[in-house]
Design a protein. Structure first.
Length: 281
């Protein structure tokens, strides 16, 4: 139990667990999690995991041969694809593809949630690669997962989730206020429980739990840095309407956007579409 788990938190967790059926991590992602914790992880072990999932193999090959990664010759097998993309990049693609399996249905709401997830992951990776390269791959996964609680709430209670969104869009209340009014708890708490169930490091659980107040994470510099990066990525998604019904121009200033990324809005949107197309293949 983390130091944040007070009796009231335990009671809240009981309420969430009675309200939501937390999903099992998809099989391929489970194997990937074990590999990521293996000090002897190597390309061959990763290749064997991906090979058990033909759909995932096709995604990796498609991305490796995309215009963004494309080289002078066509990649024809998985080993070549891993070498071109990089070990951690392939891990991230596998994780992203696996996460789509968490969705129980795929209508407009789910499409927006998925776009926001992929968008945040790609943007967080770009920001970290520019400003904190050692955190780039962790930032991708954190961006992918930071709103997983919303996915679970929408899976389990689509009508209530829609009610939350309507309050945000029509009643001019904050997201946190709308969640408390409808559910009595936040998607942050749900997300924290999900990644704990999936055996992610405790740092991921803490990041999801305190995402809206990252100063609480300042005790761990690496965690703090990743949380701030994903927070900026989240606001950039809002600014350009990535995973939102409409853009929210004031979510982040043009100056902060320029300081965070060295590409234009058009280039950013094209990159996100390319990654999403590869994962969706």
């Amino acid at each position: 139990m983390s130091e944040d788990a007070t009796p009231s938190n335990e009671n809240l967790e009981d309420i969430i667990l009675k309200t939501c059926d937390l999903p099992v991590l998809p099989a391929t992602a489970q194997k990937l999690m074990s590999l990521m914790a293996d000090p002897n992880a190597n390309v061959e072990k990763l290749r064997k995991i991906v090979m058990t999932d033909p759909g995932m193999t096709a995604k990796i090959l498609k991305i490796a041969n995309s215009a963004f990664y494309g080289g002078y010759r066509t990649i024809q097998n998985l080993s070549q694809a891993i070498m071109r993309l990089g070990f951690r990049a392939v891990e991230n693609i596998v994780m992203a593809g696996s996460m789509k399996g968490v969705y129980k249905r795929f209508g407009l709401t789910e499409k927006l949630l998925w776009e926001q997830s992929i968008g945040s992951a790609v943007i967080a990776h770009l920001i970290a690669r520019r400003n904190s390269p050692a955190e780039a791959e962790d930032a991708f996964v954190a961006g992918l997962l930071h709103d997983v609680g919303n996915v679970i709430l929408n899976n389990e209670h689509p009508e209530k989730f829609s009610e939350v969104m309507e309050k945000v869009y029509n009643d001019s209340v904050s997201y946190a206020e709308a969640e408390m009014a409808v559910f009595g708890f936040s998607h942050r708490e749900v997300g924290a429980l999900v990644v704990r169930k999936w055996s992610f490091p405790e740092t991921m659980e803490m990041m999801l739990r305190h995402f809206d107040d990252v100063e609480k994470l300042s005790y761990n510099q690496s965690l703090y840095d990743v949380a701030k990066i994903v927070n900026v990525a989240d606001r950039i998604c809002m600014k350009f309407g990535i995973g939102w019904r409409s853009p929210q121009a004031d979510a982040i200033s043009d100056e902060e956007f320029s300081e965070s990324l060295d590409i234009t809005q058009e280039e950013l949107l094209e990159l996100i579409e390319n990654v999403k197309a590869g994962v969706d293949a």
